[in-house]
Design a protein around this ligand. Structure first.
Ligand code: UGA
Length: 427
């Protein structure tokens, strides 16, 4: 089928390449000419494992093209996805500016198209957004009634760093549909994926995305709180999590304790859900507490460090800057909170990351960026903050150059018996 995707950021581009891998023809749309040119040359606009090769192949096979022209994209496809960002406003509520703008443009494009066309929302939007904002904009600018064109909400469940794998191996596809006709088309483009397809109404699909991220974040905050107690008791929380995870009602995944979750999604989405709940007169105490717990978690490693040394004037090696391994993304990275706190306290940071240095440099231009050896050389302490595989290879002698052998992990990385004298934030 012919698909267009409006917004060529992280979700848009990965979804485009995913659909191309299923044999569809995809038109990517973006307002930024530079991004469009890059995509047309097979160059990804973001770093994502495996994306470059697949994008290149899809562009060469003419399965993916990019344009700034929404009208053209709608005319030459049967379904258009809205995949633009939904950032947080200062008060935590969702900023729907881009969704609204794209809905308006799609409405205008629908006015100029004769045949049936489906608009599918892929952006994460709070329940009610498609019905209350997207559809009215589409109707106003197309001069048509929803039903004359199709509408769906198809949330994404892609992890950064594993997005293509997740696209091609989903646990499920959720389709929120205006009517059967729209849902059938959305289902058809996914038919090669052998996975359960759950067809719901639009509002329910929107909520499923928030509920999924909230559950995942809850598991992390809960294991972190258990970990904080374990730490005081001298218990390894990973031993606890291993056994707890055997209970199938709980499950083994997302029980890794540490300095808390980061990234562009969990905090943003949970804050937006809390704001929506507030407007509805609900007070979800547990969900609010999860965010509070997570906010405190990066500071735990500084508490631990300060029990061992005064940080003022000390050289602290920080290994790992991205919010997790496999990405260059530093949005909401716990490393940023830790670097800010340590520099405020007068420490000198020497930082290394396999991928995220350039992004972190924009936030902290004044700290030193170096390779692992230089970071550790004469360091008074070393903090490991991202679980990159590269750090798992570190050996005991790699830390010999430190002035003080204080090694603290914010993520479980170092093998237990290989490196002497390291300690974890919650183990
Ligand atoms: C998350 C969800 O996992 C995706 O399903 C969802 O589609 C995406 O948000 C989104 O809403 O777009 P992502 O933010 O890429 O994906 O990253 P995760 O792999 O979920 O990790 C999030 C954070 O939790 C990272 O900082 C990670 O280090 C941390 N984490 C994860 C833990 O601290 N412990 C764990 O056990 C697992």
């Amino acid at each position: 089928m012919d698909i267009s995707i409006i917004g060529s950021g992280y979700v848009g581009l990965c979804t485009a390449v995913g659909f191309a891998s299923l044999g569809h023809k995809v038109i990517c749309v973006d307002v930024e000419k530079e991004k469009v040119d890059k995509i047309n040359h097979g160059v990804p606009t973001i770093y994502e494992d495996g994306l470059e090769a697949r994008l290149k192949a899809a562009v060469e096979a003419k399965q993916i093209t990019a344009t700034t022209d929404t009208d053209y994209a709608v005319k030459n496809s049967e379904i258009s996805f809205i995949a633009v960002g939904t950032p947080s406003k200062d008060d935590g509520s969702i900023d729907l500016t881009y969704v609204k703008k794209v809905s308006r443009e799609l409405g205008k494009a629908l006015r100029n198209k004769d045949g049936y066309h489906v608009i599918a929302v892929k952006s994460t939007v709070v329940p009610g957004t498609t019905d209350d904002i997207v559809i009215p904009e589409l109707e106003r600018h197309s001069g048509k009634k929803a039903g004359e064109f199709g509408v769906c909400m198809v949330p994404e469940f892609l992890r950064e760093g594993k997005a293509l794998h997740d696209f091609l191996n989903p646990d499920r596809i959720v389709i929120g549909e205006l009517d059967k006709k729209s849902g059938d088309i959305a289902e058809k483009i996914h038919e090669k994926l052998k996975t359960p397809i759950l067809r719901k109404n639009i509002k329910t699909a929107e909520m499923i995305k928030y509920a999924s991220n909230t559950f995942l974040a809850a598991k992390i905050s809960l294991i972190n709180e258990i970990g904080n107690i374990c730490k005081k008791l001298g218990i390894d929380v990973y031993d606890v999590a291993e056994a707890v995870g055997y209970d199938r009602r709980i499950g083994k995944l997302f029980l890794e304790a540490g300095i808390g979750f980061g990234g562009s999604c969990f905090r943003k989405d949970i804050s937006a859900l809390l704001k929506k709940a507030d407007q509805l007169g609900c007070e979800p105490k547990l969900i609010k507490a999860m965010l509070d717990t997570n906010k405190g978690q990066p500071l735990k490693i500084i508490e631990l460090l300060e029990k061992k040394t005064n940080v003022k004037g000390k050289k602290i090696a920080v290994l790992g800057l991205s919010f997790k391994a496999g990405t260059d993304d530093v949005r909401d990275s716990p490393a940023a909170v830790i670097i800010k706190e340590l520099t405020d306290k007068g420490a000198f940071i020497s930082a290394y990351d396999p991928n995220a240095v350039e992004n972190m440099r924009k936030r902290f231009p004044g700290i030193t960026y170096a390779d692992i050896g230089e970071c550790l050389d004469n360091a008074d302490a070393c903090l490991i903050l991202t679980d990159w595989d590269e750090f798992r290879q570190l050996e005991d002698r790699d830390f010999d150059k430190m002035r003080n052998r204080i090694i603290l992990e914010g993520r479980r990385v170092l093998g237990r018996n290989k490196v002497r004298g390291f300690e974890g934030v919650a183990w």
